[in-house]
Design a protein around this ligand. Structure first.
Ligand SMILES: Nc1nc(=O)c2c([nH]1)NC[C@@H]1CN(c3ccc(C(=O)N[C@@H](CCC(=O)O)C(=O)O)cc3)C=[N+]21
Length: 296
């Protein structure tokens, strides 16, 4: 049976380290580090995440600024808010919760965020910095995956890594990070021929495709490390209820893998912890204070 990679516990540890650094920052800078989170509309799942982000921000000793805008908010109004936050010295990080309502152009909103406050790492400037190895902000979910991998495996140099999924938010940045760690990286997706055979080559598999329990145990090289980024709500066995499952069939995969992240309790909790990490890093850069990022 595979080792279970406890992302929830790792995220708690990371948040504790962020809290220590945040207290230190406040003592040096004379202000708290600040994160602004903007939610447009009333999607219940998004409301849960935003509430959780706010609570964890405050618990880490940072200031949380929450903006909840009605679903019909004009694009220009959202852009004006982002521009205001760009100029606010109390705000070190800006997160606009995605997806946005269809009348708002997401790319335009992301492009308006000051790249040096873009703690999501979605702005093209940060995408370019990641691709060229310059310091910037890296998307929270794949950075959380990388932290779990390095914690489990140590150096990743020379490993065969297969990333299943090519999204801007997870698959592409994950591939960039694994290249930077000297893995041999393959990016597979919905058009890949014989996906099971491609996945079977991998020492490291990261799956972010949004298809419930797609990757089966017999697709895996025995002993592989499996990171499941999927979050799919499916009907549970009992009538009416739902349950959260990943993109990996945990039951069969955990019989073949060497180590695997569960859903929930794996990658999900890492996402918010890394967001807080990125925010405290941003605060140090804004204040011109030195930070040894290896303590985080
Ligand atoms: N601009 C932007 N940045 C984001 O980072 C962003 C976003 N938009 N839109 C929505 C997604 C989703 N997301 C999650 C955060 C935490 C958990 C999390 O903590 N999950 C737990 C609990 C899951 C549950 O029980 O519902 C777990 O997997 O164990 C999941 C998903 C951040 N997102």
């Amino acid at each position: 049976m595979a080792d279970i990679i406890d992302g929830k516990a790792f995220a708690e540890g990371l948040r504790a380290r962020v809290a220590t650094v945040a207290a230190d920052f406040e003592a040096q800078a004379g202000r708290k580090a600040g994160l602004a989170v903007v939610l447009v509309g009333e999607d219940p799942a998004s409301q849960v995440y935003v509430r959780s982000k706010g609570k964890q921000t405050v618990a880490c000793g940072m200031a949380s600024f929450e903006y909840r805008l009605p679903v019909e908010t004009p694009e220009a109004e959202l852009l004006a808010l982002v521009e205001k936050l760009n100029c606010d010295p109390a705000v070190d990080g800006i997160l606009v919760q995605l997806p946005l309502p269809s009348h708002i152009n997401e790319q335009k909103v992301i492009a308006t965020i000051n790249p040096d406050k873009d703690v999501d790492g979605f702005h093209v400037v940060n995408v370019g910095r990641l691709a060229t190895g310059l310091p910037g902000f890296v998307p929270c979910t794949p950075l959380g995956c990388l932290m779990l991998l390095k914690d489990k495996l140590g150096s990743l140099s020379g490993f065969e890594a297969v990333v299943v999924g090519r999204s801007n938010i997870v698959g592409k940045p994950m591939a960039q990070m694994l290249i930077a760690e000297s893995c041999t990286v393959t990016v597979a997706h919905s058009r890949t021929k014989d996906l099971p055979a491609v996945v079977r080559r991998a020492d490291i598999v990261v799956v972010a495709v949004g298809r419930a329990e797609m990757v089966k145990g017999d697709w895996l090289k025995p002993g592989a490390t499996v990171i499941d980024v999927g979050m799919n709500r499916i009907p549970a066995a009992e009538d009416g209820k739902t349950k959260l499952v990943g993109d990996v069939d945990f039951a069969s995969a955990s019989e073949v893998a060497g180590a695997i992240t569960p859903v929930p309790g794996g990658v999900g909790p890492m996402t918010i912890a890394v967001l807080l990490r990125n925010t405290i890093v941003s605060a140090h850069r804004a204040a011109g204070l030195e930070l040894d990022e290896s303590v985080l």
